[in-house]
Design a protein around this ligand. Structure first.
Ligand code: TXA
Ligand code: MG
Length: 336
C-alpha cells in the first residue's frame, strides 16, 4: 500500500490515482453513493489486497466499476435486454447490475461466483480516474465500500482515512447520494431487486418495461414487516448486522422515543423529524423530512452521534413511502 495521502481533483492527482490502480495499488475512491476501496478488478493480487484490508470473507463478491456500458461485454455474457434498458436509464449512476460472468474473467473479484456485479459511477472524479485507468489497461475497478467489514460505509474522505490510515484517498467531497447503490439481479429471466437504494422499484420497473420483483421475504430475515435481504445466496455480503455503529441503534416513533427517554438511565442521542419533549441533556439531531436529504446525511450522522460515546442512538422510524426504502433498509440493518 502506498503512503497515506489525500489526492485532490487536480489533473496530476487524477493521473497518479489512475497509475496507482494500473500498478496494482489500492486507492480510496469517491463515488456518488459512498467511498470505495478500489483496485484493478482483473488483478487477483490487488483484489486479494482489498479482501485483506477490509477483513472481508473471500467469497463475498465485489462490484466492478466501469466507465460505461461499453465495458460490460468484457465482464459479462448473456446480458438481457432489460439490463441494457436499466443501464441506459440509470448509468452513470447509483445502480449495480448482477450479470452472468464471462468465464475465466475476474474470478477473485466475483468471489468465485459465476455472476458479476457491475456499475458505472457518476461521480466526476471517479469517471476521470476510471477513464484514465482504462487507457492504462484497467478495464474495471473492483471496489467495496471503504469501511471495515460490518461497519458504517464512508461518505467522506476523512471517514476512509479513519478506517484505513495507510491508504491514499482521492478526496471528492461528501457523497451526493449517501447510501450504497441499488442492486438489481439481471442474471435470471426476470429483474429482482436485491438491495434497495435511492432508485425506487417503481422507477426501475418503468425504465425496464417490466416489474422489478423483490426477493421473497424469509421468516428469519424479515424485521418488523420490512424486508431485509437474505444473506445467501443472492447477495452474500448483505448481512443483517451491516452498517452498525458502536452504540446500539434503536428505531421508534416520536412517542416511543419520548417514553424511552423518560425512563432510560444510560446515555442516548436522538435523530428525529418530529420535535418532542426530551430532557435537555439528550443530544437531538434534526432528521430531514425528505428521503434524499436523509440518505445523504444518514451515515455521517450515525458516525457523529456514535462519537458522542452514547450507549444508544434513537432514530425516528422513517415514513412508509417507496422513496424511503433505501433509508429504511440501512436503518434496519444498523439496528439489527
Ligand atoms: O454504492 C455502492 O455499491 C458502493 C460503491 C463503492 O460503489 N459499493 C458497495 O460495495 O456497496 P459493497 O461491496 O460494500 O457491497 C456490494 C454488495 C454486497 O452485498 C455483495 O454481496 C453484492 O453487492 N454483490 C456483489 N457481487 C455480487 C454477485 N455476483 N451476486 C450477488 N451479489 C453481489
Ligand atoms: Mg459495504
Amino acid at each position: 500500500m502506498s503512503a497515506a495521502c489525500f489526492l485532490t481533483g487536480a489533473e496530476t492527482d487524477i493521473a497518479l490515482a489512475a497509475r496507482m490502480l494500473a500498478s496494482g495499488e489500492l486507492l480510496g475512491l469517491p463515488t456518488e453513493t459512498v467511498y470505495g476501496l478500489a483496485a484493478d478488478a482483473l488483478n487477483p493480487q490487488a483484489v486479494a489486497g482489498i479482501y485483506q484490508a477490509k477483513g472481508r470473507p473471500a467469497d463475498h463478491p465485489l462490484i466492478v466499476h466501469l466507465v460505461s456500458s461499453a465495458q460490460v461485454p468484457l465482464f459479462a455474457t448473456d446480458v438481457p435486454a432489460f439490463a441494457y434498458a436499466l443501464m441506459h436509464a440509470f448509468w452513470p449512476g447509483p445502480l449495480t447490475l448482477i450479470l452472468q460472468r464471462r468465464a475465466g474473467v475476474a474470478e477473485a473479484t466475483a468471489g468465485g461466483h459465476d455472476t458479476i456485479a457491475l456499475r458505472s459511477p457518476s461521480h466526476p472524479l471517479a469517471q476521470k480516474v476510471l477513464k484514465q485507468a482504462l487507457a492504462l489497461g484497467v478495464a474495471g475497478v473492483a471496489a467495496p465500500s471503504a469501511n471495515v467489514f460490518g461497519r458504517v460505509s464512508p461518505t467522506t474522505a476523512m471517514h476512509v482515512r479513519e478506517a484505513f490510515p495507510d491508504l491514499a484517498v482521492l478526496d471528492g467531497g461528501p457523497c451526493d447520494v449517501g447510501i450504497e447503490s441499488t442492486i438489481v439481479d439481471a442474471s435470471r429471466a426476470k429483474p429482482v431487486l436485491l438491495r434497495p437504494g435511492m432508485l425506487s422499484a417503481a422507477q426501475l420497473s418503468a425504465a425496464c418495461g417490466q416489474p422489478v420483483e423483490r426477493e421473497p421475504v424469509s421468516a428469519t430475515n424479515s424485521n418488523g414487516g420490512l424486508r431485509v435481504s437474505a444473506a445467501a445466496p443472492a447477495a452474500p455480503g448483505m448481512l443483517q448486522s451491516h452498517y452498525a455503529p458502536r452504540a446500539k441503534v434503536c428505531l421508534g416513533t416520536a412517542s416511543d422515543i419520548e417514553q424511552h427517554a423518560s425512563q432510560w438511565m444510560g446515555s442516548m442521542a436522538v435523530w428525529a423529524r418530529t420535535r418532542s419533549r426530551l430532557p435537555s441533556h439528550i443530544h437531538v439531531g434534526a432528521m430531514p423530512d425528505n428521503a434524499a436529504a436523509c440518505a445523504h446525511d444518514l451515515f455521517a450522522t450515525l458516525r457523529a452521534l456514535d462519537t458522542l460515546g452514547v450507549d444508544q442512538i434513537w432514530v425516528e422510524t422513517p415514513p412508509t413511502g417507496d422513496e424511503w426504502e433505501g433509508v429504511r433498509d440501512r436503518l434496519l440493518r444498523a439496528s439489527a
